[in-house]
Design a protein around this ligand. Sequence first.
Ligand SMILES: Nc1ncnc2c1ncn2[C@@H]1O[C@H](COP(=O)(O)OP(=O)(O)O)[C@@H](O)[C@H]1O
Ligand SMILES: [Mg+2]
Length: 331
Amino acid sequence: MESLINRPIRDVLTAEAHEAFSTHLRRRARIYGRADEVTLDLRDVRGRAIPVLGSLAEKRSASGKHLFTRLTVFKAAKRMAYETGLLEARRNAEAKIRAEQETARMRDQFIAVLAHDLRNPLNAVLAGTDLLKQGRAMAARERAIIAGMESTVTRAATLIEDVLDFARGRLGDGMRLTLNRDRSLSDLLRQVVEEIQVAHSDREIITNLGIIHPIVCDAERIAQLASNLIANAVAHGAGDGAVVVDARTSSKYFVLTVTNDGGPIPDEVRQRLFQPFVRGGASNGRDRRGLGLGLYIVNEIARAHGGKMAVSCSEGTTSFTFTMPRLGTPS
Ligand SMILES: Nc1ncnc2c1ncn2[C@@H]1O[C@H](COP(=O)(O)OP(=O)(O)O)[C@@H](O)[C@H]1O
Ligand SMILES: [Mg+2]
């Protein structure tokens, strides 16, 4: 930079820079009094360009006479390096995000394929236990073993269905609904309660159904939602109180509420309940927790129907409520 001292402006600017300086920069300075942070190239004694940022300011007397023009320059190398550095860092970060998204997608795809393909062997085992049950008279021990196998495999199949629903949701297909008005939701809900009641004969499940208006929904999915909520009430609620299932329509809405006894769900769990893989502690001493996907799927079914889920805990009871517009605008 020393080599620039005491040299006329014309000599220290490259030809292009001098042209810019003497035409529009000067004009800007004359009109606005200054021109800020323009990129220019200075020329050292050997003619090499030194990139700088220049600011131009004009000083005039009260009568408007031009007194002097001050050009302040900063070496731009550092700033440019900084800016290129930023750009490069951003490009790297973007590439990293893309790679991570791709990996995540592959992982979801892998989960979906695995879950999907596991269904067949499990169904084969269930078909086998069915056949065995139909066969010759069995000793109590054999019958118990078969019943045990059946319930274990059914449980595995349910977990796999949940994983499949989760993976499908993540892969962007979302929750696909088959809408119809004809399927009797009341019948399906009764069936759901019946199935859970058979598996938990020691528990009291009270059902109040008041579905008197037609509902546009995917009845199978609503039954799945109810099944998840009731299974949770049985698994996570206090063991002694009844589970109450209430489903009714009003002129505009369909509302399903499942209530059970038991201490309140801790705040930190309650806030994240509907996110995937969230599980609370085994509150009633029986560890019946699943993968923590149940309520996530419940919420996806609710959203797909244009509805929503709510949870409330008060006076020793916990209620999960699903509300949807009866003739909804499913998203
Ligand atoms: N009716 C309920 N009463 C108390 N806690 C519940 C109830 N339903 C769900 N929870 C809590 O929410 C968690 C998440 O539920 P869910 O998504 O169905 O997962 P999972 O049943 O597989 O653990 C449960 O682990 C439990 O701690
Ligand atoms: Mg559950």
